[in-house]
Design a protein around this ligand. Structure first.
Ligand SMILES: NC(=O)c1ccc[n+]([C@@H]2O[C@H](COP(=O)([O-])OP(=O)(O)OC[C@H]3O[C@@H](n4cnc5c(N)ncnc54)[C@H](OP(=O)(O)O)[C@@H]3O)[C@@H](O)[C@H]2O)c1
Length: 330
């Protein structure tokens, strides 16, 4: 597993980030222990968790199974409850107690909420860093303007900036290509991409017109069922494309996310040791530009913005221009 630069910090992380949302749920503690051990053995050191997973249970399990391994990990967790200063300051203490560690490497706001106060939030995050409880701070699911606004406040006050935006990104969910990914490249924000397999939709086990496979998230996820009804034919063609190349759909879905120069680390969710191995193997397969374009064309998921007019003398129309990672020169 290769390591990658984490934003403009001094840290390097494994390219694969291990998502732990299933620890304590579909993945019991003993299996979670085996997954973490195997991940570490193969160089996966970047771990993502959150206080809200299992209502604290996931962090508790991590606290137990990380014993003796904590120093080898780059550990991210997220604020629970509210996003006001008091919640940010108490939530980190509760997470550290459950995780049995004195610090996390990355502390993230989990979701923007209505009525949030970025100045108070950035000040509270700065306090968390000053107290040595987090090395870096970041956010999840932030629109580009909010990240820029928050970081402008941080710069004015000499507070740590948000260095990471954790967002959903896969061949079905592509809205972040319009503003968030170009911003990340321009401002050296780390992008950690969750749901790279679209919750399992892109693993080959879901087929339109066939019964949902037993013992999968598809049986309870309305999202997977909606996607399947919307993109069933595309999913079939995606699986066929992978078969033609002699790779697994997991490899293809992961390679598609990794192909973006804006993505630092895909966050892969696993429910078992065998799934972990398939995902680790996926990181050794790269898509050519030609195959990337071909597989992208299977899904009609490109985000169209307002105004499809072409400006005279410009090669691209307006939405394409905004999505184009090559827009900025050196
Ligand atoms: N910041 C946020 O708001 C946010 C939101 C969501 C997630 N996350 C993070 O992102 C991580 C990943 O999210 P996710 O779990 O939704 O992403 P995902 O990687 O798209 O989906 C993972 C699911 O795919 C299936 N799967 C994985 N490998 C497989 C294989 N080899 N063969 C067959 N099926 C396979 C499993 O489903 P089954 O269990 O059905 O087998 C697994 O639970 C989470 O653990 C969490 O850390 C963050």
């Amino acid at each position: 597993m290769q390591t990658v630069q984490f934003a403009n910090t001094e840290a390097r992380v494994s390219e694969m980030c291990l998502g732990t949302m299933m620890f304590g749920g579909r993945c019991d503690e003993a299996e979670s222990d085996r997954v973490l051990g195997a991940a570490l053995d193969q160089g996966v050191t970047f771990i993502d968790t959150a206080a809200m997973y299992g209502n604290g249970l996931t962090e508790e399990i991590l606290g137990r199974i990380m014993r003796g391994r904590r120093d080898r990990l780059f550990l991210a967790t997220k604020v629970h409850k509210g996003v006001d200063a008091a919640s940010i300051l108490s939530s980190i203490d509760e997470s550290l107690a459950r995780l049995q560690t004195s610090y996390v490497d990355l502390y993230l706001i989990h979701w923007p909420v209505q009525g949030m106060r970025p100045r108070a939030m950035m000040e509270a995050l700065a306090q968390v860093v000053a107290q040595g409880k987090a090395r870096y701070v970041g956010c999840c699911n932030y629109p580009a303007w909010l990240l820029a606004h928050s970081n402008a406040i941080a710069a004015e006050n000499g507070w740590p900036k948000l260095v990471c935006n954790q967002i959903a990104y896969n061949i079905v969910e592509r809205g972040v290509e319009v503003e968030i990914l170009p911003q990340a490249v321009a401002e050296q924000i780390a992008i950690t991409a969750y749901r790279p397999l679209a919750q399992g939709l892109l693993t080959g086990k879901y087929r339109w017109g066939q019964p949902l496979p037993e013992n999968t998230r598809g049986q309870t996820s309305a999202q997977i069922i909606t996607w399947l009804s919307q993109y069933g034919e595309s999913v079939d063609r995606f699986i066929h494309f992978a078969e033609e190349r002699g790779i697994s759909p997991v490899q293809l879905a992961t390679a598609w996310v990794r192909h973006s120069p804006a993505v630092t680390s895909p966050i892969v969710g696993v429910s078992s040791l065998s799934q972990l191995q398939a995902s680790i193997d996926a990181f050794s397969y790269d898509l050519s530009d030609v195959d990337y374009a071909a597989v992208t064309a299977i899904f009609d998921t490109e985000v169209k913005e307002e105004g499809l007019q072409r400006f005279p003398g410009l090669k691209y129309n307006f939405p394409r221009l905004r999505r184009n990672l090559a827009l900025l020169g050196e």
